[in-house]
Design a binder for this molecule. Structure first.
Ligand SMILES: CC(C)(COP(=O)(O)OP(=O)(O)OC[C@H]1O[C@@H](n2cnc3c(N)ncnc32)[C@H](O)[C@@H]1OP(=O)(O)O)[C@@H](O)C(=O)NCCC(=O)NCCS
Length: 139
């Protein structure tokens, strides 16, 4: 299930020399959004181990209002994969269009930073589709 993890507006300090928003700024927002989605389902710390399939589809401009959507798509032994998509709201129509998407993988870790099984730190109140992912069932 797709969820809103983060919303905000861009400001002049977020821009690159060409006048559009830095790719690194966008990636940081997506990473933070994904980490919120992970924290919704586990009680431990989780760290980003990889980012793949990163696509910058459209530029983000100064003053744009953005929303980052997340969806948990896979749960492994110690890893959680999240599809992350940043959308921008058109000023005139208020319709959203996608500007960037990527797949973030997190690993659940203990206090020493060692990977631990997702199942051992899963929250009690996770939704049904996450329970199915835990059991490797398709949703
Ligand atoms: C995350 C970390 C603890 C994993 O170490 P590890 O347990 O020895 O790694 P493993 O090779 O056993 O892999 C653990 C899991 O991550 C997955 N993984 C590892 N490298 C991956 C990669 N490049 N892409 C996707 N998944 C990856 C493995 O498939 C495995 O998943 P599974 O248990 O669900 O099957 C370690 O790599 C680390 O500390 N990295 C730095 C994290 C960090 O600082 N991130 C930035 C700030 S949050």
């Amino acid at each position: 299930m797709k969820q809103i993890a983060l919303r905000g507006r861009t400001y002049p300090t977020d821009l690159n020399h060409a006048g559009t928003v830095f790719g690194g700024w966008i990636m940081a927002k997506m990473d933070k959004a994904a980490s919120i989605a992970v924290e919704d389902i586990v009680t431990s710390t989780a760290v980003t181990v990889s980012v793949t399939d990163l696509h910058f589809l459209k530029p983000v401009k100064n003053g744009d209002i953005f929303t980052v959507y997340t969806e948990v798509v896979k749960i492994g032994n110690t890893s959680i994969q999240i599809e992350v998509s940043m959308m921008v709201r058109c000023k005139e129509s208020h319709e959203e269009y996608e500007v960037t998407n990527a797949v973030f993988t997190f690993v659940t870790v203990d206090n020493e930073g060692k990977s631990i099984s997702v199942e051992s730190v899963i929250r009690d109140d996770i939704p049904q589709e996450i329970q199915r992912l835990l059991k490797n069932e398709s949703i």
